[in-house]
Ligand binder design. Structure first.
Ligand SMILES: NC(=O)c1ccc[n+]([C@@H]2O[C@H](COP(=O)([O-])OP(=O)(O)OC[C@H]3O[C@@H](n4cnc5c(N)ncnc54)[C@H](O)[C@@H]3O)[C@@H](O)[C@H]2O)c1
Length: 259
């Protein structure tokens, strides 16, 4: 069995930013547990990470499933040092007056309630240990208004509030809680929105000061930093990893494309 120094769970770990974060943590010595609603994708991801990594099929909106899974992880691995909440679903982009409240509820449930349930169950174990790091996924939607994307914007703003309140409650107990704020990153999530005509990559590139979309590894590195001892005095922050997107406030394009 490989020698792991710590145990990390990653929700949404079968794809995109969750998988990139899982791969980064695995490469730095964590035993990684991939949690995803897709059983096949989760076990394939754990297999790709290498020997000793685990997977569970979990819907993060189910309180019972989250509690049971985290208890199983602790039973199998003996501890839990890191919890990353990257599970997410895209929204409809429908005009507000045409939106369905069930879509609103599902999106809030997956992004916000899912992050809360994972943090609550992981936090319980981390408080017992007296140490741990939790990283939540916000978005540019968490700090600015995205027309028609009500539920996504509300969930991502809520995640920032959740991060801050948990960080303050647990700060003296050795449990740190932070959030990353990805700009637009090349993942299946963005691919789906682009292929449906809901996002335009060139428009996004021009609006990004660095002139490119992010790579999943850009986010994974930031997640890795927030989980590491290099971030020992950091809690309650929201770290933009966005090529300068949030810093930009002038009229018009933020960069010039050369192709
Ligand atoms: N890609 C971007 O540009 C971007 C930007 C900002 C924020 N984010 C956020 O980053 C996170 C990851 O996004 P991504 O681009 O990697 O998406 P992705 O679609 O590539 O991966 C999301 C994963 O979450 C899983 N998932 C969805 N619902 C779930 C549920 N109920 N329970 C368990 N797993 C579930 C999916 O099966 C999938 O494997 C999301 O929270 C998203 O909102 C992404």
């Amino acid at each position: 069995m490989t020698d792991f120094h710590s145990v990390a769970l990653v929700t949404g770990g079968a794809s995109g930013l969750g998988y990139a974060s899982a791969a980064h943590l695995a490469s730095t010595g964590f035993r990684v547990v991939v949690l995803d609603r897709s059983e096949r994708a989760a076990s394939k991801a754990a297999e790709q990470l290498g020997v000793g990594h685990l997977s569970f099929c979990v819907d993060v909106t189910s309180e019972e499933a989250v509690e049971r899974t985290i208890a199983e992880i602790v039973g199998k691995c003996g501890r839990l040092d890191v919890a990353i909440s990257a599970a997410g679903i895209p929204d409809s982009f429908n005009a507000t007056v045409d939106q369905d409240v069930d879509d609103w509820r599902r999106l809030i449930d997956v992004h916000l309630t899912g992050s809360y349930l994972i943090a609550r169950a992981a936090g319980r174990q981390m408080l017992r240990q007296g140490s741990g790091a939790i990283v939540q996924f916000s978005s540019v939607a968490g700090v600015s208004g995205l027309p028609r994307r009500n539920a996504y914007t509300a969930a991502k703003t809520g995640i920032i509030g959740l991060t801050r309140s948990l960080a303050c409650e647990w700060a003296q107990s050795g449990v740190r809680v932070n959030a990353v704020l990805p700009g637009y990153i090349e993942t299946p999530f963005v691919e789906q929105l682009a292929s449906e005509g809901k996002l335009d990559r060139d428009v996004l590139r021009r609006r990004t000061p660095m002139g490119r979309l992010g790579r999943p590894e850009d986010i994974a590195q930031a997640v890795g930093f927030l989980c590491s001892s290099a971030a020992a005095y950091i809690t309650g922050i929201v770290l933009p990893v966005d090529g300068g997107w949030c810093a930009y406030g002038a009229a018009g394009d933020a960069s010039v494309l050369d192709d």
